[in-house]
Design a protein around this ligand. Sequence first.
Ligand code: EPZ
Length: 421
Amino acid sequence: MPRYQIEGGRPLVGTVTISGAKNAAVAIIPATLLVSGPCRIENVPDISDVHILLEILEKMGAKVTRLPNDTVEIDCTAVTCTEPDPELVRRIRASYYLLGALLGRFGKARVALPGGCNFAPRPIDQHIKGFEALGAQVEETDTYVDAVGPQGLRGGRVNLDVVSVGATINIIIAAALVPGQTIIENAAKEPHIVDLANFLNTMGARISGAGTDVIKIRGVKALRGGFYSIIPDQIEAGTYMAAVAAVGGNVLVKNVIPKHMDCISAKLREMGARVTEYDDAIRVEKVRRLRRATVKTMPYPGFPTDMQGQIGVCMALAEGVSRITESIYETRFFAYSEEFRAMGATIQVAGKTATITGTERLHGATVQAHDLRAGAALVIAGLAAQGETFVENIHYIERGYENLVGKLTALGACIRRVEDE
Ligand code: EPZ
């Protein structure tokens, strides 16, 4: 099995360019099922979650053309299949968006339950609530979800019981072609939701309010092909920013939307890093040992749960006692706390809160990635640690970080992807 071999202790210096947002791409790609004609999409990250989604669409009859510079052309006009390959569907989380897309286009879908990072129970009851508000009948078994709109779907109103990124996206996708108006209340506000709405609107949809907690979708008869460029990845950018703060150095993080980074920039500044914003870039510089901090993860615009582990490494190396309270996925600490300890960190987890007592130095160890973001946190820890670290289970990391090894190497890190005989 491939793994990363890291020799820690080298500062990160130079420029890194952020790729397109994973969580926008994995929503936009299934949404192309709604479109008649080719969609040319730029800034599609070259990561395994995207590869799998494209393969799913191809197997369903879509024409997928991979072009240079992270550009993909997808034409789903010829698709008639409403049951995507279950083996592929089970390999990623975002395959649940195929439900909304197929239901919206064909009025029926049979999709295997999604896989992906399993750091916590991840129910889809709010997705189903949304589909039912559109008039669908949905049956969920242990392995499949079947959704059908026997009388045809119509616009409806849904008030989400929890702020869910996935449910908000799935309902937008399902409703874009459905006659009448759909209203989502208590919607999530993440940048990738706005990006999905912008993509669909570019193709002719009528979606307003994305980025606020009330989203209105006025169904249109058809969407037509066009060109779209995906936003930069907030979490990839945040990961490099946290890496510089933890490891040391001075890096210009290019191709970011600084506004999306506000919460992360503010926290790193509070901890003592120097963070300078430009129009579409952010410079992070470590000028002193980091200070302790408290973080509470929240839906956007709060501090993202997907940055919990990465800021955790900063805290593990900071002066004093820091705290993280996780309010989205309570069990997420367990994806990395044991591994952090193996590298010399002091971290205690009690319910929703982790208490991290900073140390001057972490040491190398062999550790396992248990999910994408926890894996990224272990890479940062390895870069900051003294000695050699092996990060195993890197298929999780390669789900969501384009060319991580190449980008870090260009910043001066000593990291290699090695495969044992
Ligand atoms: C998305 O997951 C992201 N994934 C996750 O990123 C991210 O951690 C999460 O949002 C929170 O920001 C994708 O976009 C593909 P949610 P999602 O629905 O949509 C509860 C990464 O590493 N809930 O916003 O699945 C749920 O249990 C991944 O890039 C229900 O109760 O998350 C959680 O507590 C990991 N019922 C909360 O809502 C539902 O039907 C938020 O989950 C749906 C969710």
